[in-house]
Design a protein around this ligand. Sequence first.
Ligand SMILES: [Zn+2]
Length: 167
Amino acid sequence: MRSAESIQKQKETLAANKAREIERQKKREDRKLARTVGLRTPIPPAPTRSAALVIDVDWNGLPMQDAKNLYSELQRQYEAAGKILNARAMTEGTSEFYECFMAGKDKCCPKGNKYRMPPRGQDYENGAKDPRTGLITPVRVCGENCWIRYQDLLIKQRRERFLGEGN
Ligand SMILES: [Zn+2]
């Protein structure tokens, strides 16, 4: 007869084995993804902000005016998100052409070229926003060389902003 303790122990061992197997599987997939990314679609993550949504509101206790303001802010955010995501869904995966943001800049590709989608890199964070619709046209960059120079440009701009704030 096996004791309850030994059965419990066996369960724990099985669970631990399973967790390890899941972990190994995940690593295998990550490695595979890294290889795929390296070979075919070398699109590194564009500069992004992390996102978090924490809503913790006492809608009953909040002063009415504050509650109304908050509600309209939520609505604004919700609508903006919808527009941006729609725009992203429309532009992603289409086979239209784009112009490289870095075209004509020092040591970048020549101006006037049209490239087929998808670009080497896209940056929504610094894209042009239509003030009326809230739609964002991302910055699109054609190739490795231009992408590296674009990153340099962002760093330079950030440094200048930082210095500007310091004065
Ligand atoms: Zn380019």
